[in-house]
Ligand binder design. Structure first.
Ligand SMILES: Cc1cc2nc3c(=O)[nH]c(=O)nc-3n(C[C@H](O)[C@H](O)[C@H](O)COP(=O)(O)OP(=O)(O)OC[C@H]3O[C@@H](n4cnc5c(N)ncnc54)[C@H](O)[C@@H]3O)c2cc1C
Length: 476
């Protein structure tokens, strides 16, 4: 590697820092989320010396376990769909089983203060509203088909779509109130932001990466919410971490600086420093922005990191004595524009005597509740559930939530998104290695961008990139 390729001029070791010989590894990975751990596990299997540095006191990142009425629950990513081949293959590999999301019965939608039951993806509304929503979804899918999700900025109409927000698109393409409400709800549920915050090109890239907007929104068929992982999706990270070499993971080690030279990369973290031949940064771009890179990253990458915020989400689970909604013929799914709690779905663990509902405070509702105490969120969630499901929802026996917006090591979720102008200006910098530095994380995926599946695929891709550049490890 020439100095020009690394762009490095500074010496590797700063004068105040001495690294022991044992602190040198082939590959350092920053971030013990699913993406970083998948990359680390793959490289470990190839016989390389790998070390993972994680800021938190746990692995899993945006997947995380919690407890509700003594049962394990997912407080972060949880659903997987039939088209998500990477995460499903990984579950197989790790001995994790999936089961279908409970979705029998009617769904509920609150519109104009009235709750109505419906089946199918589109709720009952006026014929005009139905036609309007149906046409809009068709038009979104058609536009997404012209996009390569690996490079949305290269689409023929990329400049046009990256100039407008989803809200502007909705104003142009939707003519009825019902259809506008529905699309707003779908946008919040999928992208965890308000339609006026997200670039239409970002939306279409996300749809292209999943296959269709229906697949993103659905539980049934090919839907992204089709299945759950028995025991919890948070186990993926724990099991990957178990496959690393002993001592190859350091928790409570936030990385604050990276110095790159002709001979390696020095990674400075809260507990010391580590040198490596290659570095994989498995963080959302917004979190990578918190690390000081020397020499500086290219301008497009710096801009991308500064211009790709995280969505706004708080996830909560509410427990009841029984899943009373099932007796009424309801699936437990509920949506509504008013919020603040929703979308909602059944989250009862298989075999549990109790009934659990899971829901989200998203977009502006997430931000409104992020600074409030948990009791305020609990009361608000229960009030929303009472509007959807009636008075039986008023007597929960348990509540747990995870405020992702307030967590400094995620700064929101589900994923990073872009406002107009960002993808066309600096999206190309998402995956381009900078000398010895490679990028992973769900945001760099080329399919299922921002999903667990994308995190897995991105980790695998980054591991491949690095493995090709390092000398092969001789087999015994
Ligand atoms: C509430 C919620 C619900 C979701 N639901 C779903 C779902 O149902 N299905 C689905 O497919 N996806 C879902 N997602 C998205 C999915 O969880 C993520 O896309 C995926 O887990 C991201 O993995 P990752 O490894 O790319 O990033 P992360 O999980 O964010 O991992 C990055 C890691 O880096 C660490 N870190 C950050 N900064 C530093 C630093 N400076 N030094 C060291 N370490 C650092 C973090 O602590 C973290 O552990 C959801 C996300 C959230 C938040």
């Amino acid at each position: 590697m020439s100095p020009d390729q690394t762009g490095a001029k500074a010496p590797l070791h700063g004068p105040e820092l001495s690294t022991k010989p044992g602190d040198r590894v082939d590959v350092c990975v920053i971030g013990a989320g699913v993406s970083g751990l998948r990359a680390a596990q793959r490289l470990t299997e190839r016989g390389l010396a790998v070390h993972v540095l994680e800021a938190r006191d746990r692995v899993g990142g945006r997947t995380m376990g919690g407890l509700l009425c003594g049962e394990a629950v997912d407080l972060g990513g949880q659903w997987v769909g039939p088209g998500q081949t990477r995460v499903l293959a990984l579950c197989d590999e790790l001995g994790l089983d999936t089961y279908p999301q409970y979705a029998e019965g009617r769904r509920l939608m609150e519109i104009d203060g009235r709750v109505r039951g419906y089946t199918g993806t589109v709720p009952r509304m006026s014929l005009l509203g139905l036609a309007d929503a149906g046409l809009a979804m068709r038009s979104l899918n058609r536009a997404a088909r012209s996009i390569d999700p690996a490079a949305p900025w290269d689409a023929p109409d990329a400049a046009i779509w990256d100039r407008i927000t989803m809200d502007q698109w909705m104003r142009r393409h939707l003519h009825t109130r019902g259809a506008r409400s529905l699309m707003k709800i779908i946008a919040r549920a999928i992208y965890t932001c308000e339609p006026h915050e997200i670039s239409m090109l970002c939306v279409l890239g996300s749809i292209a990466g999943a296959g269709s907007i229906e697949i993103q929104a659905e539980v049934h068929g090919e839907g992204a919410q089709h299945s759950r992982i028995r025991g919890g999706a948070f186990q993926i990270a724990a099991r990957l971490a178990d496959r690393l070499a002993p001592g190859a993971l350091t928790l409570n080690a936030p990385v604050h600086a990276v110095e790159q030279s002709e001979t390696g990369v020095l990674v400075r973290h809260a507990g010391g420093a580590l040198t490596a031949d290659r570095l994989i940064v498995a963080l959302p771009p917004a979190l990578a922005a918190g690390i000081h890179f020397q020499p500086a990253l290219p301008p497009a990458r710096l801009q991308l990191q500064a211009r790709m915020p995280m969505g706004s989400v708080i996830k909560a689970l509410v427990a009841y004595e029984r899943p009373f909604w099932r007796d009424r013929g309801w699936s437990g799914e509920a949506i509504g524009e008013q919020g603040p709690f929703g979308p909602v779905a059944d989250a009862t663990p298989p075999g549990s005597p109790h009934g659990f509902l899971v829901g989200f405070f998203v977009g502006e509702h997430g931000r409104a509740f992020a600074g409030l105490p948990e009791t305020a969120r609990r009361d608000a969630a229960v009030r929303s559930l009472c509007r959807y499901f009636g008075d039986e929802a008023a007597m929960p026996i348990g509540y747990v939530d995870k405020n992702w917006i307030a967590d400094p090591w995620s700064q929101g979720g589900y994923a990073g998104f872009t406002a107009p102008g960002t993808l066309t200006a600096c999206g190309r910098a998402l995956r381009v290695p900078r000398g010895r530095i490679h990028w992973a994380g769900a945001e760099t995926a080329t399919r299922w961008i921002g999903y667990i599946d994308g995190a897995v695929a991105a980790g695998e891709r980054a591991a491949e990139e690095v493995a090709e550049l390092l000398p092969p490890v001789p087999r015994e």
